[in-house]
Design a protein around this ligand. Structure first.
Ligand SMILES: *Cc1c(COP(=O)(O)O)cnc(C)c1O
Length: 393
């Protein structure tokens, strides 16, 4: 059985294709390629869905982080905290405005920013801002993070690129509904994806919204600032607008897949799942699993690949170990022990709204048979046992 990681064929079904062909044709007739009516329509609907005051569409998720940091006044030489487990772009946005990323360690059970590490680092370094990431779609503990940041006047940009469909653990409200700038990416593989690049910023502040409108469009408006081109084009806005009505249903289906994985995989002692309390709060953009013995990861991946099951190594390296970021790795400034622990062990199983029970049965059967074979090998006489299991502390 072939199980791919994403399922674009089912996502972009004939009725969506037909609807969009008509819309694209109209856009061509109208020559309304940039910031057209669908931009405004989508912004209105998206801010309502996420319970935010303002939504500003921009060119991509990385620009969204960069411009949000600028709104917070981050500039050259400032220190900005980023979690040790995230997509590279989180740090890239910091570096591209001349600021310096400081790596904050993660919780070894979730890969989410660790508040205790943040507290220690904030006591040592003057952080201008931090970018907590709702990684894999799980909500970062914003109420704890905000408490630390308020005391020290540290700005917050929530990176919600993977978190359309995520709800906070404390308020149970959608990501983007707090008093922080929150950024999204609509890259095609994200839960809500367009047919190219786009991103968005949510903010409760009229002033922020006004600044972002200028930034994204060459500084136009009354702010007298040097802006850039980070507009979202009209066709992408139209795609997002057409896909928006089905997103809640799709996210529900992802949740059902995640629930199914929990039921099927929770009793395998060689792997650890993220805490089940996230089941109803994660967008389930990805489904991470930790191998207790990191030595088994390669073989595990190969076994599933042979059986036609795609997996992905998000993220195989802690952010501090990315070659391009090595010059920012100073032990006097950051922490990364748990990030490395996580990166060594994590592997993501396929998750999308269209996985069937039959496919999930097949995946879990193959996972179980892999570990059964390993156990049998280790028990065989004259065979050296695998390295001891490392448990998460
Ligand atoms: C995808 C992603 C981004 C970047 O978004 P782009 O639209 O590709 O620029 C940033 N942060 C995280 C966590 C992401 O997953």
């Amino acid at each position: 059985m072939e199980i791919s990681f994403y399922d674009f064929e089912k996502l972009h079904d004939p009725s969506l294709k037909k609807e969009l062909s008509q819309i694209f044709s109209k856009i061509m007739d109208d020559n309304s390629f940039i910031e057209g009516p669908y931009n405004t329509l989508f912004e209105e609907k998206f801010k309502t869905l996420q319970e935010a005051k303002h939504c500003l569409l921009v060119a991509n998720g990385t620009d969204a982080i960069e411009m949000s940091l600028k709104v917070l006044g981050v500039s050259e030489g400032d220190y900005v905290g980023v979690p040790g487990i995230t997509f590279y772009a989180t740090a890239e946005a910091v570096i591209n405005i001349g600021a310096r990323p400081v790596f904050i360690d993660v919780n070894p059970k979730t890969g989410l920013l660790c508040e205790r590490s943040l507290q220690r680092i904030a006591d040592e370094v003057e952080l201008k801002a931090i970018v907590p990431v709702h990684i894999y779609g799980m909500p970062a503990n914003m109420h704890l993070i905000e408490a630390i940041c308020q005391k020290k006047n540290i700005g917050i940009v929530e990176d919600a690129a993977q978190a359309q469909g995520t709800f906070y653990l404390d308020s149970k409200k959608p990501v983007g509904s707090r008093e922080n700038l929150t950024t999204f990416s609509f890259y095609p593989t994200k839960n809500l994806g367009c047919f190219g690049d786009a991103g968005a910023i949510l903010t409760p502040s009229d002033n922020d919204a006004n600044l972002i409108k200028s930034f994204r469009n060459h500084g136009r408006g009354s702010n007298s600032i040097v802006g850039r081109n980070s507009r979202c084009d009209h066709m992408q806005a139209a795609v997002l607008h057409s896909k928006l009505p089905s997103i809640e249903d799709q996210n529900k289906k992802r949740k059902a897949v995640a629930k199914s994985y929990f039921e099927r995989l929770h009793d395998i002692k060689e792997i650890s799942l993220v805490p089940e309390e996230y089941l109803n709060h994660s967008s389930w953009h990805l489904f991470p699993v930790l191998l207790n013995d990191p030595e088994q990861k390669e073989e595990f991946k190969n076994h599933l690949q042979k059986k036609g099951i795609a997996t992905a190594l998000f993220y195989a390296k802690a952010l501090c170990d990315e070659d391009a970021l090595s010059s920012y790795k100073k032990s006097s400034l950051g922490e990364w022990e748990n990030s490395r622990f996580w990166a060594k062990r994590v592997i993501c199983l396929p998750i999308n709204p269209y996985l069937t029970e039959t496919q999930l049965d097949y995946i879990s059967r193959e996972i179980k048979s892999f570990f059964k074979n390993i156990r049998a090998k280790n028990l065989a006489p004259n065979k050296k046992a695998n390295s001891p299991q490392v448990s998460i502390s």
